[in-house]
Design a protein around this ligand. Sequence first.
Ligand code: G3P
Length: 220
Amino acid sequence: MKLFLDTAEIDEIRTGIRWGVIDGVTTNPTLFAKVGGSYDEVLRQICKLTPGPVSAEVIADDVEGMVAEGRHFAALAPNIVVKIPMCENGLEAISRLAEEGIRTNCTLIFSANQGLLAAKAGASFLSPFVGRLDDVNEEGMTVIRELADIVGIFELETEIITASVRHPRHVTDAALAGAHIATIPFKVLQQMVRHPLTDRGIELFKADWAKATKAASAKG
Ligand code: G3P
């Protein structure tokens, strides 16, 4: 399973890549607003650092505007993927960009049917938002499971990105449900590393080592 970082923070991306666990990055207007500056410049930097796809989200809501923004982002770096929201205009823009060989990530997916439509329009990535479904008392992971089955049954050429990940359990569940990718906030990546028993184990090994070396130097 691939892991993407859901962030526009350069330091977080650098750290995740140094750890050797990050395959790509997703950004959106909310994440970009947290870092500010020029979106193009931030994207160029992220694309240079990141080995895999980097999603950049369009703001326009008409087809021509989405296609124009998509072409603009795609010209910034070869690993850019244009993020387009699920809607009628979004489907048309995805289809137009696919004809031009520009990869897209259909975002704000909340049902398997929306994912199926985006895949048929030619989206390279589908982003169902599990956390926001959980927020409204629905089972976010059901959409991942259903969509993974549909993609598998019909051998659709698309990858499922589990998005709106809020905690480490979402990542495990997404992997077991058959998602190709989970895009995660840096905080969740850190939470995945940690376990209290690991921390205690490290402390114990250190304490035992100190005792053993003290005893050895007292003897000899
Ligand atoms: O990848 C989409 C994500 O950024 C949305 O997350 O927590 O705002 O639902 P959240």
